[in-house]
Design a protein around this ligand. Sequence first.
Ligand code: ADP
Ligand code: MG
Length: 632
Amino acid sequence: MSSPDAGRPQTSRLPAWLRRARRGRLRLAVTVLLVLFALLIPPLSGFYEQLNPDVSSKFYIFLGTSALVLALWSVSYNLMLGYTGMVSYAHAAYFGVGAYTVAFLFKRFQLPALEGLVLAPVVAAAVGLVTGLVALRAVRLYFSLLTLAISQLLFSIAFSWCTIGCDNGIHGIQLPDQLSDYTTLYYFVGAVVGIAMLIMFAVVRSPFGAALAAIRENRRRASAIGLNVKAYELTVFTLASLFAGLAGGLFAVFQQEAYPELLYWTNNAQPIVVALLGGTGAFLGPALGAFIYTVLDNAISKQFPYQFDVILGAIVLGVVLLVPGGVWDAPALLGALRARIRGGEDEEQQAESTGEAIRRIDVAKAVKAGAIESDAVPRGETLLRLDGLSKAFGGLQAVQSVSLQVKQGDRHAIIGPNGAGKSTLFDLITGRLKPDSGRVVFDGRDITGKPAHTIARSGIGRAFQITSIFPRLTVRQNLQYAMLANRGDTRRLLGWADRIHREDALELLDAVGLGAYADLPAGQLSHGDQRAIEIAISLALGSKLVLLDEPTAGMSPYETEKAMELVRRLATERGLTLLFCEHDMQVVFGTARTVTVMHLGRILTEGTPDQVRSDPEVQKVYLGVELEEAGA
Ligand code: ADP
Ligand code: MG
């Protein structure tokens, strides 16, 4: 029996752009439904009251208002969680600060609630900025713990400060007459929330938002493309506080009160749960979550007042386990399931790179497309000078008074057995580590101990020993965001990041043979291709000096040859200066003009490849080790 679908084309055979368009349409449809639902709550609640006269329509409108406020609060939280990868436990505190601002100004100065509402985000942002400065002294887990401490501190202040009502809080805020009607108040809150959402949406799509995504994906790579990670985190923390303050202000307006429990630490669970429930990967995910949460909250707490937390917890856990992208992603999950049941391919699984890209490198084009400027400085001058650089890890002297000069336009290799200190030396040059003593002078400027992003901006690009790219960003975005960061665009809160430098990025991708993968997540590419992306990022940055830490590790001989050909041609044709370390002696002697040999943290010798090859000391130390390794 033929299935009714027999004549229809399989989804998986659709071209990529069409599949994307379909997904885009789905997202648009959910967004429109959500907005329509929000707009229709007051008329629907009137209709519902007629069906069920026990519950007044006011109650539903009130629930709707609180869902709107929760949506704003959670979307602002997701600026940190979903867009930057920060887990804060202080968001309730900024919400509370906003609510208290409105309440206090009304009580003390009889300032109308609406004027307080204008000040609420300002005060919350100021508190967010100051406390964020403290919390961001630490990273990740320690950052989260510090936010928790800050949250408790702010709660204690609210609880014991009697100017703002001590444990009682402030009640009885009056609204202007125009807003005393529930429906009007609902639409007023909706309008404020809508405008705030539009602003936040613009921010996440802006070049600034691109920097946030880069930080979320890979902090180390983010600073290596010149982003001041902490400054961006502090900015987004402050912005999130600002919108949390606005949400808190709205809360005080429609609830007409503010009380210390708003700031209590357990309250931080709310925006987190709501964001996870709705989906942290989509802008409106948390907003959808807020409406679902409100409905669940109302339904469950009415039926099972005592088991509310358990049931809600189970629902959230179930959603997160089943659909990690939250309810927002459920349609995608259904689509994937349907495709699997029908035996079709999973749409997302299509693209696989095989390391082919590097074979398609068009060197001439790569050289042309690379943003590298040809050298203004005549060759032979020192571009990088290291003076007596030392670094110890506890008792281990990893790098010991290393002095070295890298000449403009040179291809300089550092060789030495494992543990010689090569990667540590690169970390000292690029600012990932601070030297115990010694100096690093680049392009005539002392860059010793400068932060990694400053050094990246000054013109040093780097490929790490373990490939370091932005795995969930597309291949194109990897280069594009590097260009945005390097050209100083990421400080802009306006503009559409994905449209800026797009052509430049695509051209460079074509040139390094990755054009076909432009729209794939970079993490899906083969090892060799990811390596090529990393080198291309340095090209996108237009770095004068490029540090490559074992660039061909893990590549096949053919890939190695192609990659090094690109590297060599770039170096000669554009006056790019290379400093690289490498295990493969063929690569070293085929590419380097100068070779420095390191052993146990010290420089053993330096010279041309021929001099180094015939140095008896080197043969003893370095090649001896190789023979031992081969023997073992
Ligand atoms: P190479 O890159 O030449 O193989 P590394 O610079 O990675 O050598 O390491 C030099 C020495 O420093 C090794 O003995 C290594 O174990 C040690 N080392 C490197 N990084 C650290 C660290 N973060 N903490 C402690 N020891 C380290
Ligand atoms: Mg190393």
